[in-house]
Design a protein around this ligand. Structure first.
Ligand SMILES: Nc1nc2c(ncn2[C@@H]2O[C@H](COP(=O)(O)OP(=O)(O)OP(=O)(O)O)[C@@H](O)[C@H]2O)c(=O)[nH]1
Length: 333
């Protein structure tokens, strides 16, 4: 029978490392392993931060010191991260002037709600491009009472999505032929204007415009020339009206306008001017020149009008009266 020595036998006493040195060695090896793991994690994190198309950021709320901004900042904003880390106001410099108040107020909401996820605003990049951001922000959850409040956030470039949304909205609200508001959008906006005029006790005029003998135009010069007439009338409408007025194509050869804040006499002048502008448009088809006229019905808001429909009905009746009286005129109903 062979008596084997145990595989891990105690070494002779003289070669045994001192316990303190062994512990130090083990601690060193452990620390080295930790450093390697941390450095791997850091490399992974930084490659994630570089590839993600969103700016991660953190600020000290009290001092407004920017504590961190990820590499995407320079790519999306086109500005130096160093300048932002040195001065929080650099962020304000990037924001579109029309969105600055909104961007700041929506950021401050984070104090009450601990998370604000619906912030969208425009920035102007260093080379002058306007870009849309969705900039979500959160209070750092680990904050202890008395410790500084850290707000962290993630700003994502949503310019392409926003452009698509705007285009979809434009398509849904615009008449393709004349690029004016379509009927549905016109009446949506007209109802809002009606409600706010009633609430403020402000004047409001509704104008209905119908092309005279348009069937003859189509029959004589063709449908394409008729389309051209519709486009040019819409251009005249947009040209004569003020900002804040509404204009839309509400039927085949019928347009409507709502003039908020416009008293009856002034609305009549606007309609007369529009009629003259349209009559002055020159059309030509295969060497034959022709002009068109319009009949308009005008109605102004009174205390009896409880809905837009009653104003619309009066303008409609007035427009038919204009047709009946010989066309090419404005009748106020
Ligand atoms: N070119 C063109 N014509 C259109 C369009 N929509 C409607 N129309 C035409 O508009 C004409 C309207 O004719 P009517 O309702 O008889 O009216 P009108 O000839 O203008 O006569 P009055 O209104 O009495 O002055 C028709 O010939 C329709 O075909 C359009 O999008 N393009």
């Amino acid at each position: 029978m062979v008596h084997e020595k145990p595989f891990l036998s105690d070494p002779p006493k003289a070669e045994q490392p001192r316990p303190a040195a062994a512990a130090t060695l083990l601690a060193l090896m452990h620390a080295q392993g930790e450093v390697e793991r941390l450095s791997e994690r850091e490399q992974l994190l930084s490659s994630l931060l570089v590839s993600v198309n969103a700016v991660l950021w953190a600020i000290d709320w009290e001092t407004r010191r920017v504590l961190y901004v990820s590499p995407a900042y320079e790519r999306i904003f086109g500005r130096s991260a160093g300048l932002l880390l040195a001065d929080y106001r650099e962020w304000r410099n990037s924001i579109h002037p029309e969105d600055l108040d909104y961007a700041e107020h929506s950021l401050a909401r984070v104090l009450d709600h601990s998370a604000v996820e619906d912030r969208e605003y425009r920035i102007i990049t260093a080379d002058g491009q306007i870009r849309w951001l969705s900039d979500k922000c959160y209070i750092n959850q680990q904050v202890e009472p008395g410790e500084p409040v850290i707000v962290v956030g993630m700003a994502e470039d949503i310019t392409e999505k926003k452009q698509m949304e705007l285009e979809l909205h434009r398509l849904a609200t615009t008449d393709v032929l004349t690029q004016s508001s379509n009927r549905r959008h016109f009446f949506e906006c007209a109802n809002q204007a009606f409600d706010s005029a009633c609430a403020q006790g402000a004047p409001l005029a509704f104008l209905l415009l119908d092309i005279d003998d348009f069937k003859d135009v189509n029959d004589t010069y063709g449908h394409l020339e008729g389309d051209q007439v519709l486009r040019r009338i819409a251009e005249s409408g947009r040209g004569v009206l003020r900002r804040g007025d509404l204009f839309g194509r509400i039927g085949g050869e019928e347009f409507a306008a709502v003039l908020p804040g416009c008293p009856p006499e002034m609305a009549l002048q606007v309609a007369e001017r529009l009629g003259k502008e349209i009559q002055a448009l020159n059309f030509s088809y295969e060497g034959r020149a022709f002009t068109v006229t319009v009949s308009q019905g005008l109605a102004s808001l009174t205390e009896e009008d409880s809905t837009l429909d009653s104003l619309f009905a009066r303008a409609d009746a007035a427009m038919y009266e204009a047709k009946r009286q010989g066309k090419n005129r404005v009748i106020a109903g």
